[in-house]
Write a protein that binds this ligand. Structure first.
Ligand code: SAH
Ligand code: SF4
Length: 366
């Protein structure tokens, strides 16, 4: 028997091609996408606008499935972290950040990360593998099973998706493109391109290759005002130094509608590493000609790192230099720290079978 095709592994275009390949009109893909991603329906029998014969055929040839949630942790501020079972004893994490006017889902794109930033818990795990389309869009689908599917409503239960979980999205480009198509398509999640964000450590060549083709909001994880410090924090900087990265960011933004002409710069503040007033002045100089808004993220401490979060006084002084220079600058408040759901705290991967059994037992107990 040939293996069944999982329709949740296909991009909108691939789904259309699939229907054509079985002698159907490609618009069937729009109907199926709607059922899955707007109504959360995974049983062909419930797809009432598809005739019985075709439903029977689809049942024989296809499945619709996503990785299962095996644990859920809810922080006091409502931030929720889910772990999904992706087989081989590995888990991938996704985080929902509820705010009064939106629900942002932070999704992972890789198991571990090959960039290995010195301060990041995901990087400390090393790199295991890229997540598949199914495993990435499955995070959004599973979150929607908890907070609700859009069912064609204007107000979408998951309103924003940011690729800021585990992994470097631009190093899993093929799958990230397909997932983005599913997030943006009117027939699936139908998110506006301004509400889908790719966060990157600065893979300049890949960014150049997608400029003008893949249009979503862009966040650059800069974290340093010069190459000397950045080489230490973000090792990929040795390959693509700041000048090259900035050139690729500018090129991307110039060709983008989603960014309204400016990039988000992320800057993790590490005590006495990149957080001095001099560093702030240097950053002002570096960013003077780049239209941007700056997110300052006080370091979230974790057991894989000796870096420390700066004092509030140091954070405020750093902030003030940028603010006084006229930048839009936001101090990111930490969400979900107590459940290790904050930026850079995702680990997810549980190779140890015993640890996984314990998690499963906990979930089963409710
Ligand atoms: N790989 C991508 C996206 C995932 S990381 C990237 O690096 O942009 C998402 C954000 O969390 C990045 O800006 C990253 O630098 C930041 N981050 C990682 N570890 C952190 C930590 N321990 N504390 C605060 N922010 C962290
Ligand atoms: Fe990878 Fe981003 Fe973590 Fe760096 S910060 S190791 S790029 S996930």
């Amino acid at each position: 028997m040939t293996e069944k095709i999982n329709l949740m592994s296909l991009s909108p275009k691939e789904l259309g091609e699939f229907f054509v390949s079985i002698g159907e009109k490609s618009f069937r893909s729009q109907q199926v996408l709607r059922w899955i991603y707007q109504f959360g329906v995974t049983e062909f029998d419930e797809m009432t606008n598809i005739n019985k014969d075709l439903r029977a055929k689809l049942k024989e040839m296809c499945t619709i499935s996503a990785p299962e949630i095996v644990s859920e942790q809810v922080a006091s501020d409502g931030t929720t972290k889910w772990a999904l079972d992706i087989g081989d004893g590995q888990l991938v994490e996704t985080v929902l950040i509820p705010e009064p006017d939106r629900n942002t889902l932070c999704i992972s794109t890789q198991v571990g990360c090959p960039v290995k930033c010195s301060f990041c818990r995901t990087g400390a795990q090393g790199f295991n593998r890229n997540l598949t389309v199914n495993e990435i869009i499955g995070q959004v689908f599973r979150a929607a099973t908890r907070v609700g599917f859009s069912q064609n409503q204007e107000q979408k239960p998951i309103s924003n998706v940011v690729m800021m979980g585990m992994g470097e999205p631009l190093l899993n480009l093929e799958n990230v493109i397909k997932v983005t198509e599913l997030l943006l398509s009117d027939y699936s999640f139908a998110l506006s391109k301004r509400r889908v964000t790719i966060s990157t450590s600065g893979v300049a060549n890949v960014l150049n290759s997608i400029a003008g083709k893949l249009d979503v909001a862009l966040a650059l994880s800069l974290h340093a005002p010069n190459d000397e410090i950045r080489n230490e924090l973000v090792p990929i900087n040795k390959k693509f130094p700041i000048a090259k990265v900035m050139e690729s960011v500018r090129n991307y933004i110039d060709k983008s509608n989603a960014n309204c002409g400016r990039v988000t710069i992320e800057y993790v503040l590490l005590d006495h590493v990149n957080d001095s007033v001099e560093n702030a002045h240097e950053l002002v100089k570096l960013l003077r000609t780049i239209p941007c808004k700056i997110n300052l993220i006080p370091f979230n401490e974790h057991e894989c790192s000796d870096y420390k979060k700066p004092s509030n006084t140091r954070i405020d002084k750093f902030y003030k230099v940028l603010f006084d220079a006229g930048f839009t600058v936001i101090k990111r408040t930490t969400r979900g720290d107590e459940i290790s759901a904050a930026c850079g705290q995702l680990a997810g991967q549980v190779k140890d079978k015993l640890a996984r059994k314990k998690i499963e037992a906990k979930v089963n107990q409710g």
